[in-house]
Design a protein around this ligand. Sequence first.
Ligand code: PLP
Length: 437
Amino acid sequence: VNTMNDLQQLEELDKKHFLHPTSPIKQQQESGPSFIFKEGRGIFLEDYKGNVVIDGMSSLWNVNIGHGREELAEVAAEQMKKLAFSSCFATYSNEPAIRLAAKLAQLAPGDLTTTFFTSGGSEANDTAYKLARHYWILKGEPEKKKIISRTKSYHGVSMGATSATGLKPFRDFSSSIAPDFLHVDHFNTDALREKILIEGPETIAAFIAEPVQGAGGVHIAPDHYFKEIRDICDFYNILFITDEVITGFGRTGEWFGMNHYGVTPDMMCFAKGVTSGYAQLGGVMLSEKLHRDFSNFSSGTLLHGYTYSGHPMACAVALKNIEIIERENLVHQAKEAGEWLRKGMKWIQSERKIVGNVRSLGLMGAVEIKNAGEANSKGANPKSPLIVNEAAKRGLICRSVVFDHQDTLVFAPPLTIQKEEIEKMIAILNDAIKSIE
Ligand code: PLP
């Protein structure tokens, strides 16, 4: 793209040929793309018009180490030149996948020692549900197949992951929910107990939860919640799965969200931050016991595998990404930066009268706009989408959450963000809110 003409052409091609994921189709058709990004550096993205914006969401909560890391480009190129792809089905393997699985075993909580690789978070979730059901088949309890998840949860868009997702509009979109997926109120352990008893524990395979709910509006569980969940799952013989797709790899100021709660699940889904978005990778980690049981009880083939499970280039990128997180101490940095973010959000709360609660854990933050429920019931439009537009004009990308009568702004900047950069983010946000107050 060299001229305004080239850019206009690109916008027209976008409108005509590119159906965007999770996007307002009509608006996309009418106004075209709001940004066509050209390059990224650190916490910044630049588009073809020369706009430079702070990526306050780490794009999709995933660019943990920031944009423009040449080391990752180099490692990807090296691996592609050597071995771009080979199969991991059956007994074939490759070095980056093996080394990454071993590294993840070192980093993950408790005895999560074995990894099944996917290309992203939805596939990781579907894998976890299928492995949970298969586990109970192997154990001679095939009727244990229901999956329980929570309201306000987001687990992805493949059929299983959508069915588990608690945000109803995602399920209604394709008027379908796979059989045997159930939902309970997000922080209510009694509701889970009740649901288990009503359905019968002998019918339930697994319970899944995000350590901090991300897309649903950054909801942080009370301190005791996950210990109780672990106890309930143990008592009723139900597998406990955590979805660390957003919370993994330093986002909350710990390596994994569950580190805050001192609880180890039976399976842990991850994606996003494992490569900081530099390659498509996700996976499910299994506890040592689960892995042992799988090998002891299974006599046939594990009939679940994606072509790209254990992709050598993606795994090599993940290893380098993790090396950078360790070398630059980014998990600790996220904790510290999280404190600045929290302070900044509190300041906005004191300055702007339409701001209600603010909450955060590490570098996941949320600012609520007051009276969302009331406004919605009167048919008024939520304000957070307007604020997102105003913030973008002023150089900050953030997201609005309006599901379940919420009117909330959420943030998740790269873990590399510096104090002055957070101050800039906060100043832009304050101006954006002020402009629509
Ligand atoms: N799980 C959680 C908690 C997520 O936030 C997401 C994506 O945002 C997913 C799963 C789905 O991951 P993917 O989009 O890589 O399929």
